[in-house]
Write a new protein. Structure first.
Ligand code: PEP
Ligand code: MG
Length: 572
């Protein structure tokens, strides 16, 4: 039967394909007494053999599709599977305690995991993760339960998951992933941002998709309307194929604007920049006519791996981005870890409210070695293009001054050792915390630029977790409260002759763009895939008219009223 699930439109486009559920399998079992130990040990060995054969296939797939470093993970797992000490201990438990293999396996591997986890050595801690993974796989075979492996996907699919982390997506074979849909998340959760940068349609926050569908169900992910159609009729599929074609046609029309400047109908030049997460994204930025990089989220360089990137590795990444952008400006944001972004190799104490805890600049000011290494890499790369450095999550002037002082110290150290550094690096901050927006007129005296991070600014202003779809109705970019904060930032910057940009998702939102043009925003930074559409829209807007529109919006009472106003006056 065909059904429709509602979610949040996270990345435009229509994807049609078979469902591939990426969910935790149910591996619960009972501890049972056995009578025939030999038979039980045979059963254990069949499961071990099956797990080995799985892993070999996965390893070969990973090698062919994802490269050697991803394949190495599975080599480590194969080693665990052949460890005679570990296997011997499981067999011993089956024989002496007369228990089933499931319970002997779990007891033994739990012991190993807890010993390794307590070691003060990152390498050993990783082995604990390997043992956990392998134990899960053997258990699944003992129980006859299937474990999905994202790196094994070899046909066009739609990924269905509770949520997708950056490391999940690192394992996905992008060639075959047509779209994805998740239970949790909102427009600004990182899974949604990733979908936009990969240019694949996505619907997040469906609440129940993982339990509503089976593997192999036919799905249509409608990334425009935020709907997932499960097993649609053939007429409906035809309609979606038509929509898919129209969307592609519209994209082709926007593509004609690739090399044009971004100018309003009354001749005001604005800058359309792109948000990126890795040097590989530059290709899409240039393909979509990006005039600059307005936000390079460097944390992804730290996340998709099992140890800190060295200064040289970071230097290479930053240099590549600057060089590929050929003199166009690049805003690099220093490490923004914490909240929902964790580093597997950096053990941080658990916090009750991670989004309000040691995140971003707070972490960098505490872990200064980490911060100084990144700053040195950036400063060394600065001579290869036009670099702007931006600190995330600044709440006070003191934080900015501390971060800037460290940056200048590292610059001086490099210069003292005869290493060249550009003398034309702008230093700015993200405005993501209401205190900073309210005090923008003062901060503008100290910084070179502001970039408004509305994903967090809205989260912190409305006190609504950006990851929680139950409060996603409070993600209200058009709420006059948010518009007033945005105005404070832009006016504060302009009063000091500085520029103000926006790199939160609001910057690429077609309903927000007329308001932002009216409020005088100088730079709009968005996923590369949104740039051409935004350029086309801005071409048809008159800034003076938008100023009047924004003034009206600022004096309204609710987000709903603002949306109605914008729709009416701009024919959206
Ligand atoms: C933001 O908060 O708006 C932003 C751009 O940063 P991130 O989404 O990476 O937190
Ligand atoms: Mg942010």
């Amino acid at each position: 039967m065909s059904t429709i699930l509602k979610g949040i439109a996270a990345s435009s486009g229509i994807a049609i394909g078979k469902a591939f559920r990426l969910v935790e399998p149910d591996l619960s079992f009972e501890k049972i007494a056995i009578s025939d130990a030999d038979e039980e040990i045979n059963r254990l060995h069949s499961a071990l053999d099956a797990a080995k054969s799985d892993l070999k296939t996965i390893r070969d797939h990973a090698m062919a599709n994802l490269g050697e470093d991803k394949a190495a993970i599975f080599d480590a797992h194969l080693l665990v599977l052949s460890d005679p000490e570990l296997i011997g201990e499981i067999e011993g438990k089956v024989r002496t305690n007369k228990v089933n293999s499931e319970s002997a396996l779990k007891e033994t591997t739990d012991q190993y995991v807890s010993i390794f986890e307590q070691m003060d050595n990152e390498y050993m801690k990783e082995r604990a993760a390997d043992i956990k993974d392998v134990s899960k796989r053997i258990l699944a075979h003992l129980l006859g339960v299937q474990i999905q492996s994202p790196s094994m996907v070899a046909e066009e699919v739609i990924i269905v998951a509770e949520d997708l982390t950056p490391s999940d997506t690192a394992q996905l074979n992008k060639q075959f992933v047509r779209g994805f849909t998740t239970n949790i998340g909102g427009r600004t959760s990182h899974s949604a941002i990733m979908a936009r940068s990969l240019e694949i349609p996505a619907v997040v926050g469906t609440k129940t998709i993982t339990s509503s569908i089976q593997d192999g169900d036919l799905l249509v992910v409608d990334g425009m309307n935020g709907e997932v159609h499960v097993n649609p009729t053939s007429e409906a599929v035809q309609k979606f194929e038509e929509m898919q074609k129209n969307y592609e046609q519209q994209k082709a029309e926007w593509a004609l604007l690739k090399n044009e400047a971004t100018v309003t109908s009354d001749g005001v030049h604005l800058e359309l920049a792109a948000n990126i997460g890795s040097p590989n994204d530059i290709e899409a930025v240039l393909k979509n006519g990006g005039e600059a990089v307005g936000l390079y989220r460097t944390e992804f360089l730290f996340m998709e791996r099992d140890q800190l990137p060295s200064e040289d590795e970071q230097f290479e990444a930053y240099k590549t981005v600057l060089e590929k952008m050929e003199g166009r400006s690049v805003v690099v944001r220093t490490l923004d870890i914490g909240g929902d972004k964790k580093l597997p190799y950096l053990q941080l104490p658990d916090e009750l409210n991670p989004f309000l805890g040691i995140r971003a600049i707070r972490l960098c000011l505490e872990e200064q070695d980490l911060f100084r290494t990144q700053l040195r890499a950036l400063l060394r790369a600065s001579i290869y293009g036009k670099l702007r450095i931006m600190f995330p999550m600044i709440a006070t002037l003191d934080e900015f001054q501390s971060a800037k002082k460290i940056l200048l110290e590292e610059k001086q150290n490099l210069l003292n050792s005869g290493i060249k550094v550009s003398d034309d690096i702008e230093i700015g901050i993200m405005v993501e915390i209401p205190s900073t927006a309210v005090l923008a007129d003062q901060l503008a005296k100290e910084v070179d630029f502001f970039s408004i991070g509305t994903n967090d600014l809205i989260q912190y202003t409305m006190a609504a977790d950006r990851m929680n779809e139950r409060v996603s109705y409070l993600y209200q970019p058009y709420n006059p409260a948010i518009l007033r904060l945005v105005k404070m930032v832009i006016d504060g910057a302009h009063a000091q002759g500085k520029w103000a940009g926006m790199c939160g998702e609001m910057a690429g939102d077609e309903l927000a763009i007329p308001l932002l043009v009216g409020l005088g925003l100088d730079e709009f930074s968005m996923s590369a895939s949104s740039i051409l559409k935004a350029r086309n829209q801005i071409k048809h807007l008159d800034q003076k008219e938008m100023k009047v529109l924004a003034e009206k919006a600022l004096s309204m009472q609710t987000a709903g009223q603002v949306v109605e106003l914008v729709k009416k006056e701009t024919e959206l």
